[in-house]
Design a protein. Structure first.
Length: 94
């Protein structure tokens, strides 16, 4: 499981082996923040190589507010395969 450098005390962990590349996390992120479904506005980007099936997940922590009015961020709530989770940061960058 991978976590990027943390701005908050917690980060979103990604299990790329479980991720199917469905983009539900990115769509829910853009809806929470912009009230529109836009992959380009999301703080989380899913890049899938259709030739080999490899998936790369990038989270822009300068854009991610962890859905501050929600108990659990939307991306985690709407991740059907359960590839996203909340992870406690050991070394904060801020």
């Amino acid at each position: 499981m991978r976590t990027d450098s943390c701005i908050y005390s917690y980060a979103i962990g990604v299990d790329t082996a479980a991720c199917t590349g469905c983009q539900a996390c990115a769509l829910s992120c853009s809806y929470y923040n912009w009230k529109s479904f836009s992959l380009s506005k999301a703080a989380i980007q899913i890049i899938r190589n259709n030739a080999d099936g490899n998936i790369v997940v990038n989270i822009d922590e300068t854009k991610c507010n962890m859905c501050e009015t929600e108990t659990v961020p939307y991306c985690i709530q709407f991740c059907a395969p359960g590839a996203l989770s909340i992870t406690r940061c050991r070394n904060r960058t801020r």
